[in-house]
Design a protein around this ligand. Structure first.
Ligand code: PGA
Length: 242
């Protein structure tokens, strides 16, 4: 794991946004794995700014998002489809038909996971996967468990994840309790991975991921087994590292 500490989330967003721009410049048909949450927003802002400045085009790029809530209408503002449209896709020149999600409302969940995983394989796999990390060490929605998962699957969210994300929901539409997510195995098949953590709430999860054993109770620790991972940390997220 290559660990890079930068002073703030803005500098991290610029560095990681530039990684995605450089990849699209080198390979206009690149395949991105993308993430939602607060962490990737500065990265997406950098990609938007550079696309609007005419420095890069994403018109040939294909994307796969890590996860999506179950039982939440696609058009709901907190669906990850809506998030990606608002925070990135609606502001760059990517083609909507090249942006792929797990369908959290699919009636046949197994078939949906197989469809998604087959599509990733069909386009040759993910070139660069962006990750955040949960306070409990989750990547995508791979929650702490007794075993590591492989392909995409439906997961029951833990109380820690529900508490962290319910701030985005209201009483009328409560936080979903389940989601569909790429598995840890799916994530490890990406050719290159970049994980961002900012803020002190992530410090313990970062310590376990980097200094702890490879343990499914700390799902991000699986990244120790990947050959091309870069971790970007701000001082607060790095504060517990030896
Ligand atoms: P956050 O979520 O970026 O909103 O902190 C990260 C995650 O849960 O993976």
């Amino acid at each position: 794991m290559k660990i890079i500490k930068l002073p703030s989330e803005i500098e991290i967003g610029q560095a990681v946004g530039d990684m995605f721009c450089a990849l699209a410049q080198q390979n206009p048909q690149a395949v991105f794995g993308l993430a939602t949450g607060a962490t990737p927003i500065p990265t997406y802002q950098r990609m938007i700014a550079r696309c609007k400045a005419g420095e890069v085009s994403f018109a040939g790029v294909t994307t796969f998002n890590l996860d999506e809530y179950c039982n939440l209408p696609e058009a709901h503002p907190q669906s990850y489809r809506s998030f990606m449209r608002a925070q990135l896709f609606g502001q760059i020149d990517i083609l909507p038909q090249n942006t792929h999600f797990l369908d959290g409302n699919a009636s046949d969940e197994l078939a949906e996971c197989q469809r998604f995983d087959a599509l990733v394989e069909q386009v040759g796999g993910i070139d660069l996967q962006l990750l955040g990390i949960g306070r409990n060490g989750h990547i995508g929605f791979n929650e702490p468990d007794d075993t590591f998962t492989d392909g995409s699957f439906k997961v029951e969210l833990t109380p820690s994840t529900i508490a962290a994300n319910s701030v985005y929901f209201t009483e009328d539409v409560p936080m979903p309790t389940h989601a569909m997510t790429m598995g840890v195995g799916s994530i490890l098949r990406a050719k290159e991975i970049v994980l961002i953590a900012t803020g002190s709430a992530k410090a313990e999860a970062i310590k376990a991921m980097i200094e702890g054993p490879v343990d499914p109770q700390s799902p991000a620790s699986a990244l120790q087994k990947h050959k091309n991972v870069t971790i970007y940390l701000d001082p607060a997220a790095a504060s517990l590292l030896e």
